[in-house]
Write a protein that binds this ligand. Structure first.
Ligand SMILES: *[C@@H]1O[C@H](CO)[C@@H](O)[C@H](O)[C@H]1NC(C)=O
Ligand SMILES: *[C@@H]1O[C@H](CO)[C@@H](O)[C@H](O)[C@H]1NC(C)=O
Ligand SMILES: *[C@@H]1O[C@H](CO)[C@@H](O)[C@H](O)[C@H]1NC(C)=O
Ligand SMILES: *[C@@H]1O[C@H](CO)[C@@H](O)[C@H](O)[C@H]1NC(C)=O
Length: 773
């Protein structure tokens, strides 16, 4: 560009960023001299240009003092300006003063407490201790455990329990009867997160959440955020989740509330100078929305990135009302979004809030009745710092007004504002007025970087509360045994110790907390349920089951008279366990066809969803990519194998044809009687090479992933034409030869069998809800 040549010739001291179509101003650069820090270092986001941020870094257990960051102003000076005293240095991280315990003693007594310093708590006689008896100062500037409290052993008429005094805080008020008010403040240089005042309610509970005193260098751990945000967001999502209701004729109907959840996600990218930083932010957003979708809700999204300007990636107006945008499309929009760091000179936090306010106004104008039913969730990621556009507080008030419609009490629950404070220097005081402050929920979190954020969102599904959500799993790809377990938490290995002869091995899949689905040919008729060993989860072995149920039409000798030694039609079986298994990240049922849970996973909502609709969605293409698990002998671990179902008539015919002559007795004439319509076919090298199943893989799930976080089983591995895995299991993921084929029972063809046992609501186990049609 001509301009750049011109400017390139000018004085080296002047650096002039070029903005398309905007008058170019030249500023003086900031100075790096004497900016170093004892015991640490710093990085600059934009060299010494205007808008650059100097971020100080200290070793673990230390924090930069007095400034965490400085920014380069137009005038070429730093804000805050460096001073000789106190000098910029790395100081040891402190935890807030623990000596605030009433009616007890704290040891040791120190003027300051640093990382790894341990304290112990004892109560005076007549008082007993609740909370932690010893606490350790952690690297995030918080004490481990919970606030210790010494409460009187007897004579207390109080309605509420003594809530104690959090470290670093002062409390006024010391009576705990109904309507008594306690108020808190934090020591100088600490700020309070949580409730400033709490009132004792008739229920014996204090209003609000326990206040905590944070230094500027105090952060939440990923685990803390996961727990607090996880429980808060679940509340929000449950309001929007489909519910069952009863209509006038007493019939159960499912009401889709999914379209009535709006999520506005705004990500501050003003610190993201490098593309990797931006990618991390983007990944965090992607993770968040895929996790949200695993709750079976599909909100409408507004997604913006902001710095000095607002960059709208997904506009909620484009698909509110009837036009729902599928998650895949939102993810693609995010992926396609091009980030240009040159746009970044400031942070206009207010403009981000204004954009959301405008989007709300348009929706309200279009359909006020609908707007009144919408639950709005705002999620901001920012360090709270802004250097243009003014404070967003006023705009936030307008957003509240817009949703509350003059009736806060009634409408407060329709708005949730979460702010994730992310960055090296977080401006808590500016952020706190923006978040929702409802009883018992935390809406503000402090994190050091966006990497932590991704982990946080990933961990949200850890929680065992999310039962009744089939096929949910983590999405790790790094192929270590433990992550494989979390990726395929429904996977079961079955050892069947026959009465005579040696044990046989099969695979199976957990389909409810009480049942494992596998192949019928894994059993002989005299096998006893008690002789089964099932390995699941992390080293969990279930010994013995209560019964083995083979498909009634399964008869391996059924075609002996036609010269077919082994006939595998209806090769499915259920193993009923003695007890329910506990659901965790390592153990969770997979989705199977024609259940309501599976409709949820496929995000098919409405009362009239049919089995056929699920089938059409899962078997959309002539060739459908599926996976199964195979044991890799060399790596000594389970691995995912991939294959393509040949579904279209001609493709399927070509696929099953390969059974002719490979299996004794199969001829072109009887082929379709042996490889019945109940079988799915994989294998071969066209159009791509499939993996083949090995002997011990029988009974395993043939599955498809949906939306990255849900897995649906469509088949059960039954038999194959060639044993390409000598010695039972293969050395590596075994590739198919040109003519090798595998056959799997299509679960859509055995639904009555599954429904009969899994859907039986008169038994002592929780039934699966199957679709009517
Ligand atoms: C507390 O931590 C500081 C810094 O690591 C250390 O110097 C001091 O000895 C510790 N005090 C106690 C009582 O452990
Ligand atoms: C960031 O993500 C984009 C799109 O996914 C990718 O093309 C690019 O290589 C990534 N950049 C870095 C530095 O990771
Ligand atoms: C707000 O809503 C509640 C509950 O529906 C109602 O009782 C109250 O009268 C409303 N207040 C106003 C000011 O409209
Ligand atoms: C459900 O279980 C009960 C009790 O075992 C049994 O009597 C009934 O026949 C079962 N129902 C179906 C549909 O199989």
């Amino acid at each position: 560009m001509e301009l750049s040549v011109l400017w390139g010739l000018s004085v080296a001291l002047l650096i002039c960023p070029l903005y398309m179509g905007v008058g170019v101003l030249c500023e003086v650069t900031c100075n790096e001299e004497r900016m170093g820090m004892e015991g640490g270092s710093y990085t600059l986001t934009k060299k010494l240009e205007y808008g650059s941020i100097m971020i100080y870094h200290c070793p673990e257990g230390y924090y930069p003092h007095p400034a965490l960051t400085r920014s380069c102003l137009k005038s070429g000076t730093w804000k805050p300006p460096p001073k000789r005293r106190p000098p910029q240095q790395c100081k040891m991280i402190e935890c807030p003063n623990p000596l605030v315990l009433e009616s007890g003693s704290v040891l040791p007594v120190q003027s300051q407490y640093f990382v790894n310093n341990k304290t112990t708590y004892e109560c005076y006689s007549g008082y007993s201790l609740r909370g932690s008896a010893s606490r350790v100062c952690q690297v995030n500037g918080k004490w481990s455990g919970g606030t210790p409290i010494c409460s009187r052993d007897s004579g207390s008429e109080d309605r509420c329990a003594d809530p104690g005094i959090p470290a670093g805080a002062r409390r006024s008020g010391s009576s705990f009867g109904i309507d008594d008010i306690l108020s808190y403040r934090c020591d100088d240089s600490l700020h309070l997160l949580g409730s400033k005042t709490r009132v004792c309610q008739e229920s014996g509970q204090w209003t609000g959440t326990e206040p905590q005193c944070y230094y500027k260098h105090t952060y939440d751990t990923a685990l803390e955020v996961t727990e607090a945000f996880g429980s808060a967001i679940r509340e929000s999502l449950q309001m929007a989740a489909p519910v069952d209701d009863t209509d006038q004729e007493g019939k159960k109907i499912t009401i889709d509330k999914g379209g009535k959840l709006n999520m506005y996600i705004a990500m501050d990218i003003s610190d993201s100078i490098a593309e990797t930083d931006f990618n991390s932010s983007r990944n965090a957003v992607k993770k968040l929305i895929t996790k949200v979708s695993s709750f079976s809700v599909s909100p409408n999204y507004e997604i913006i990135f902001f710095a000095s300007d607002v960059l709208e990636v997904v506009n909620i107006i484009d698909f509110s009302g009837d036009k729902r945008k599928p998650l895949e499309k939102v993810l693609t929009d995010l992926d396609n979004f091009k980030y240009d760091a040159r746009d970044n000179v400031g942070t206009n936090l207010n403009l981000a809030f204004k954009t959301i306010l405008e989007r709300m106004a348009i929706q309200k104008l279009r359909n006020k009745m609908l707007f009144m039913e919408i639950h709005h969730v705002l999620i901001f990621f920012t360090d709270g710092a802004y250097n243009m556009g003014g404070s967003p507080e006023n705009t936030m008030d307008k957003i509240r007004d817009s949703v509350y419609m003059n009736n806060k009490t009634k409408r407060e629950k329709y708005l949730d504002v979460y702010v994730f404070g992310v960055g090296s220097d977080i401006f808590d005081e500016d952020i706190m007025p923006l978040v929702t402050k409802r009883n018992g929920e935390r809406h503000y979190f402090k994190l050091k970087n966006v990497i932590d954020l991704e982990k946080t969102f990933d961990d949200i599904i850890d929680e065992s509360q999310v039962v009744g959500v089939c096929g949910l799993h983590k999405n790790y790809d790094d192929n270590t045994p433990s992550t494989i377990r979390q990726r395929y938490p429904w996977m079961a290995r079955i050892d069947n110790m026959h009465e005579v002869g040696k044990a046989s091995k099969c695979m199976g899949s957990l389909v409810t907390r009480r049942f494992i689905l596998t192949a019928a040919h894994c059993f002989k008729f005299d096998d006893k349920a008690d002789n089964i060993r099932i390995a699941m989860g992390e080293n969990q072995v279930i010994k013995g089951a209560s019964r083995i149920i083979l498909h009634p039409d399964y008869n391996i000798n059924g075609k002996k008279n036609d010269g077919i030694n082994e006939f595998y039609d209806y090769d499915v079986a259920l193993i009923q366990l003695k007890n329910d298994v506990d659901v965790s990240i390592h153990i969770r049922p997979i989705c199977i066809p024609c259940t309501k849970e599976t409709s949820g996973a496929l995000r098919l909502v409405g009362e009239a969803i049919t089995c056929k609709q699920q089938e059409q969605l899962l078997f959309t293409n002539p060739l459908e990519e599926v996976s199964f698990i195979s044991y890799d002998k060399k790596e000594q671990m389970d691995q995912r194998s991939d294959a393509k179902l040949k579904l279209q008539d001609q493709l399927r015919d070509n696929c099953i044809e390969m059974a002719v002559n490979e299996v004794e007795g199969i001829t072109p004439l009887n082929l379709k009687d042996i490889v019945t319509d109940n079988f799915l076919c994989t294998g071969g090298r066209q159009p791509t090479r499939d993996n083949v199943a090995c002997k011990g893989d029988s009974g395993g799930a043939v599955f498809k992933d949906y939306d990255k976080h849900r897995t649906i089983q469509v088949g059960v591995i039954s038999w194959g034409t060639k044993n390409l895995c000598p010695g039972g299991n293969s050395d590596i993921k075994q590739e198919s030869s040109e003519t090798s084929r595998d056959f799997h029972i299509n679960l859509f063809k055995v639904v009555p069998f599954l429904k009969k046992y899994l859907g039986n609501d008169t038994e002592d186990y929780q039934p699966l809800e199957f679709l009517e049609n």
